[in-house]
Design a protein around this ligand. Structure first.
Ligand code: 13P
Length: 249
């Protein structure tokens, strides 16, 4: 059976003290079963988070990573740097990185390739804009994003891949895809992976939904057969809300 995952993307939130406070609150929530729980603090707090969550089942993951392993890339973070502090999973391709930091499909293909070559798990984000959905172009956009960044992988690389469908129009807007819209897209994605890499890989890959997931809507979204969990933004900044979402899986 494929994994269930709930991951919190903290984005550009929480200073050092707030990071410690949120981690303490998460640890106080106690245990969970049948689901992998991950949190992605900002990069300068990753080492601290790894240390503070050392005795917990919550995994710390990165929000981004550069495609080069080293060199003259001021301000960037490499796969080896992440792994040297105990971070073995990274979010790549978030729509905010695509929109505000010009991350292209080509650069993302390189980032994914670097990550999997170093045994790094990738939580790969993709999703259409509102205009794409209104123009009924959402399947083509998602297919293009997946093909360009992931379809050059070797079949064996897929054990490192977690997919996160995040329709841009649902991120931080309070508007979620309906459970039916999420299921329809997730089934489409799984089918694409099956066509390209075979049924076994498609059955095993976890496909998360992201975009205004809250305690009030998580259970219904997670109940869909091809939705294997969530990538949570705003609601991940509150331990009560985040754990309500974790438990609703
Ligand atoms: P929200 O849950 O705040 O909509 O953010 C989703 C997201 O972008 C997670 O990566």
């Amino acid at each position: 059976m494929r994994k269930k995952i709930v991951a919190g993307n903290w984005k550009l939130n929480n200073n050092q003290q707030e990071t410690t406070a949120l981690i303490s609150a998460l640890k106080a929530k106690g245990s969970f079963t049948g689901v992998e729980v991950k949190v992605a603090p900002t990069s300068i707090h990753l080492a601290q988070a790894v240390a503070e969550l050392n005795d917990s089942a919550i995994e710390v993951i990165g929000q981004n990573m550069h495609q080069a392993t080293h060199g003259a890339f001021t301000g960037e973070i490499s796969v080896g740097m992440l792994q040297s502090i105990g971070v073995n999973s990274v979010i790549l391709g978030h729509s905010e990185r695509r929109a505000y930091f010009n991350e292209t499909d080509e650069a993302l293909a390189q980032k994914v390739s670097t990550a999997v070559d170093h045994d790094m798990e990738v939580v790969f984000c993709f999703g259409e804009e509102l205009e794409d959905r209104k123009a009924d172009n959402h399947f083509a956009v998602v297919e293009g994003q997946l093909r360009k960044a992931l379809f050059g992988l070797n079949p064996t690389d897929w054990k490192y891949i977690v997919l996160a469908y995040e329709p841009v129009w649902a991120i931080g807007t309070g508007e979620t895809a309906s459970p039916e819209q999420a299921q329809e897209m997730h089934a489409f994605i799984r089918n694409l992976v099956a066509e390209a890499f075979g049924a076994a890989i498609a059955e095993n890959v976890a496909i998360l939904y992201g975009g205004s997931v809250k305690p009030a809507n998580a259970q219904e979204i997670f109940s869909k057969p091809d939705v294997d969990g969530g990538l949570i933004g705003g609601a991940a900044l509150n331990a009560d809300d985040f754990f309500a979402i974790v438990h609703s899986i």
